[in-house]
Design a protein around this ligand. Structure first.
Ligand code: DAH
Length: 348
């Protein structure tokens, strides 16, 4: 039996050499130390051993058991460490490599310009109100004193949608929508998208942004002088100190009507191709609200008076940012958009 034990030990230890892999180690462990393994088998046969030899054989069994256990343990540890090493080596990460830069977004320059404008009007006491893009004829035209056959109602200019509705052609519908539900005194700006059947070109787009503004109060409290004061303040705050002028014009919903011109920012009034050598560029339309518009919202023009104005945000953006093609604002090429620092501090 002693020889048998020595043979078990010799075989186990030779199989548990330094190059044994996990499967081999496991096989030896099961074969020698397992519940029906070689050592267990020998223990069962102890009664065959003469009494005086039993202690020595018992000791030998225990010794072999400890030896094999220790060797199995040692090899398992070694194999585990090697496996870890291998996986660390294969999936090595160089933490000193520079990281990937994630570009930070910013608001679109047109949204930014619009926000700057709204902030200026808010600082002058105006409130911001949003109104709808999909309008009916009454709010987009009729209440604004467009006569039935006014050319702007022509299919050429207006996008009509189902149910007799249309896409508003200007934000002037804001005057009607707001005054239908609120009574003067009012000082309101309505920003929003407008739509016209124009081709996209250097100076025009079928979708564009406007800010409509208006101030209405009892007769004598809001005059043409206030109109000039507010818009002069605006032009100075937005463009800096540039020369401006009010030029007589025509709109159906204002009387008298005017356009505000500004010294061309590119040539500072000297005359250049952009301002067609006049030295002036057109910034916005404005005027005293027509009595028919006040009547349409149930305000008696004998009692109330007000002014209104409308600014094209993209056109003004072209001037302010020194961009010469409106299409650039809509193509959304990040190389273009990223050139303008955001100034307004966010969107509302
Ligand atoms: N609605 C005009 C347009 O789309 C802009 C405008 C001009 C608005 C004069 C006004 C105004 O309120 O008084 O071209």
């Amino acid at each position: 039996m002693k020889e048998q034990l020595e043979e078990i030990r010799r075989r186990a230890m030779s199989e548990l050499g330094d190059n044994a892999d996990e499967a081999q180690v496991d096989a030896v462990r099961v074969r020698v130390l397992g519940r029906s393994g070689e050592l267990t088998e020998i223990m069962r046969r102890m009664r065959e051993v003469p009494n005086e030899e039993r202690p020595a054989i018992g000791q030998l069994i225990n010794q072999i058991k400890r030896e094999v256990e220790a060797r199995v343990e040692e090899l398992s540890e070694k194999l585990k460490a090697a496996a870890l090493d291998k996986s660390l080596n294969e999936k090595r990460i160089d933490v000193t490599l520079p990281g990937m830069r994630i570009a930070r977004g910013r608001i679109h320059p047109i949204t930014d310009i619009m926000e700057q404008m709204l902030q200026i009007f808010e600082s002058l006491g105006f409130e911001v109100e949003m109104t709808q893009d999909i309008e009916d004829d009454f709010h987009n035209f009729e209440a604004l004193n467009f006569k039935e056959h006014h050319p702007a109602r022509d299919m050429q200019d207006t996008f009509y949608v189902e149910g007799g509705m249309l896409l508003r052609t200007h934000t002037s519908n804001g005057q009607i929508r707001v005054m239908e539900k609120r009574r003067p005194p009012l000082a309101i700006v309505c920003p929003g998208k407008c739509y016209r059947r124009d081709d996209l070109s250097v100076r025009a787009s079928p979708m564009f942004t406007q800010i409509e503004g208006f101030m209405v109060d009892k007769i004598g409290r809001v005059t043409m002088a206030h109109l000039k004061g507010v818009l002069t303040q605006f032009a100075q705050a937005f463009f800096g100190a540039t020369a401006i002028r009010f030029r007589a014009s025509y709109f159906p919903f204002t009387e008298p009507s005017a356009e505000l011109d500004m010294h061309c920012l590119l040539c500072d009034g000297a005359g250049c191709p952009v301002c067609k050598h006049s030295g002036w560029t057109e910034v916005l339309g404005c005027g005293m609200i027509h009595p028919n518009v006040l009547r349409a919202v149930g305000c008696d023009p004998a009692e109330y008076q007000g002014f209104a104005f409308g600014i094209g945000v993209e056109r003004t953006g072209l001037l302010k940012l020194g961009v010469d093609d409106m299409r650039l604002f809509f193509e959304n090429d990040l190389r273009f958009l990223a050139q303008f620092p955001a100034l307004s501090g966010g969107v509302r």
